[in-house]
Design a protein around this ligand. Sequence first.
Ligand SMILES: NC(=O)c1ccc[n+]([C@@H]2O[C@H](COP(=O)([O-])OP(=O)(O)OC[C@H]3O[C@@H](n4cnc5c(N)ncnc54)[C@H](O)[C@@H]3O)[C@@H](O)[C@H]2O)c1
Length: 360
Amino acid sequence: MFIAVGTPSRRGDGHADLTYVHAAAREIARAIGKFTVVVTKSTVPVGIGDEVERIIREENPDAEFAVVSNPEFLREGAAIRDFKHPDRIVIGSTDMRARQVMGEVYRPLHLNAAPILYTDRRTAELTKYAANSFLAMKVAFINEIADLSEKVGANVQEIARGIGLDNRIGQKFLHAGPGFGGSCFPKDTLALIKTGQDNEAPLRIVETVVAVNDQRKRAMARKVANAFGGNLRGKTIAILGVTFKPNTDDMRDAPSIPLITALQDMGADIRIYDPVGMDQAKKVFENVTFCDSAYDCVRGSHAVTIVTEWEQFRASDLKEMASIMACPVIVDLRNIYAPEEVLRNGFLYSGVGRAQSVAY
Ligand SMILES: NC(=O)c1ccc[n+]([C@@H]2O[C@H](COP(=O)([O-])OP(=O)(O)OC[C@H]3O[C@@H](n4cnc5c(N)ncnc54)[C@H](O)[C@@H]3O)[C@@H](O)[C@H]2O)c1
């Protein structure tokens, strides 16, 4: 039996909220007959496998079972592909019967050459948080390099390539942008920080990653405001893309949320378009205009801000966009456009971490 319920941040303190995991464990306990492997696939803090085991034993003292940690590393938006072709499968259990069952479950994927890593349960639990926090750290790192690049006249995309081709570093998660968000990184970094503090092994690097990332969202709003001398009162800003990344409608902790709030605080009127996320966006945003297309969104706007790098935005007709805007300004928080091309089409342009692309 796999537990794959949500483990959001608990309101107020940032610990993982384990209500759903506990409830699932109780339900499972009642259903256990013969030897059963209970697999925690939800991302849970280290030691929660022990707690799931305790709950099941309490609810059903006769149950014969083993609790395994089997963290999931798939990416939202590419979930099925990633599930079928994982980089690795981590199975955390020292129970030999459970290991054998899990080996059978994953045999088809193992035949696709996915390595299976057998560990103890706590190691598997911590591996997941270490992986997500490391990736979040890469994002925060390249974002700070992007800021420095703007100041000193360098190009962060070329730096990312220059360092990413080093196999020890790797090319992934080195795209400068508005800061990470989404359903996993924010909650998992916070939960790991809490685990570190509780165990008197503070994770200062991860704490800094979270702080740097939090500050970045409002800094991105200032980037938009800079196009207008820092004053957005009476200006209409078109936001293209509000989901936390393309190919999902997920708005959980999306960077667009603090960005839009900050723009509104500065007095801007906001228009929004997202190819898939409009229904979710309507639950999140107030006092904004929801639009039917990218062109509808930019019409009459003083600036357009690219927040999510949906493929269709890359193919926008820039000439057409410039002709229907009140003022042709693009703030490209995902670097989806080539600065020369945008400038050629009559826009003022600001990207991220590319000094030559800041052309106000
Ligand atoms: N979203 C991702 O890309 C991703 C990637 C890797 C790991 N994870 C982890 O997987 C877990 C789930 O994430 P998610 O994004 O799918 O969350 P989610 O909130 O989208 O989905 C959780 C689902 O569990 C259901 N649920 C809750 N209690 C239940 C119960 N007692 N019985 C049956 N169903 C129940 C909910 O209705 C919901 O549909 C989290 O721990 C997350 O950290 C998510």
